[in-house]
Design a protein around this ligand. Sequence first.
Ligand code: FAD
Length: 340
Amino acid sequence: MGDVLDRARELAADVLAPAADEVDATATIPEGHFRALADAGFYGLAVVDDVPFDDFLGAVETLAGACLTTTFTWMQHHGVARALASTDRADLRERHLAAAVRGETRCGVAFAGAIPQPPKLLATRVDGGWRLDGVAPLVTGWGIVDLLQISARDAATVDAGDEEAQVVALLVPAHAATGVTVHPLDLAAANGSRTVRLDVDGWMVPDDAVVSLRSRAAFLAGQHVSARVNGCLALGVVGRCAALVSDAGEPAAAAALTEALDAARKDLDAGLADATAMPAARAAASALAVRAAASLTVAVGSRAIVGRHPARRLAREAAFTLVAAGRPEIRAKLLGLLPG
Ligand SMILES: Cc1cc2nc3c(=O)[nH]c(=O)nc-3n(C[C@H](O)[C@H](O)[C@H](O)COP(=O)(O)OP(=O)(O)OC[C@H]3O[C@@H](n4cnc5c(N)ncnc54)[C@H](O)[C@@H]3O)c2cc1C
């Protein structure tokens, strides 16, 4: 079947890239994209032993450059697959992990309501489980994924410091439930990702759905690794822009973008070893994506504005990487960097 990067390049060139503008225009990801990712073994990429992390990152970047919408939606799966692989809940692992690795069970994640201070989504301990109330503001893949790992802040420790404040993660079926109202959101880019807001009022979730209970500090500590993975979205956009700038007959500009891309990737890799460097590296990658998309707009001229040239989509996708999977430190770095 070839190595992971070869498979990613093949899938990107044969399946994702040719359909990217259609996916963007129709806000619909063909089911065949998810089947192709599953057939390539890509739903298990973050948990199988024989895939080096560098290859995982390379695959995500390659796929993101081909179709950001599909890649962003598929990426949500990996946090849940990893949680299932590492949970001390053997019954959950046995029930779901193998199917998740094969891509027969697709997963999404909803933690954006649990992390802010004060949190937007609370979990109150009740007999036999948890009662959820509040808002999960951004949940990608609704109607596409089968299982959702939803995180909420333990109401009993909501005012405690980060070491004591608890985040409970629960694995629930990703469909309508009593106490949940689903609001589809209209996105400027990756609108086919089916991102929704869940308004939650008394959603009862039993104890046997608990994947983990950990501190807010432990959750935040894991963010620099996810910032590296999410940086692949920005790098993918840059790579695609560089290729199209070259196609537009501007080899010098394309070479400059490729050089900047390599440097941005190196800085993100360095951020894995030094968590304090990650926000700047992550911000720089998105700022480069914006510059790359602007360079492409200039290189192709009015075709970027009139008609359906991919430059139009890539400009919105570059902006998407500025905020999707954002966090306060990255935002602060970007606001320092972008105004010039
Ligand atoms: C299109 C799209 C799809 C998304 N899909 C998902 C999804 O499927 N699942 C999911 O969980 N999230 C999802 N997110 C949310 C994402 O993970 C970030 O939380 C979000 O992009 C941050 O948005 P914001 O910059 O508007 O901050 P806001 O949401 O406005 O942040 C509100 C407050 O929370 C704090 N805060 C927010 N995030 C963090 C953090 N990570 N660490 C520390 N503090 C924080 C901020 O400092 C601020 O005080 C999605 C976002 C977008 C744009």
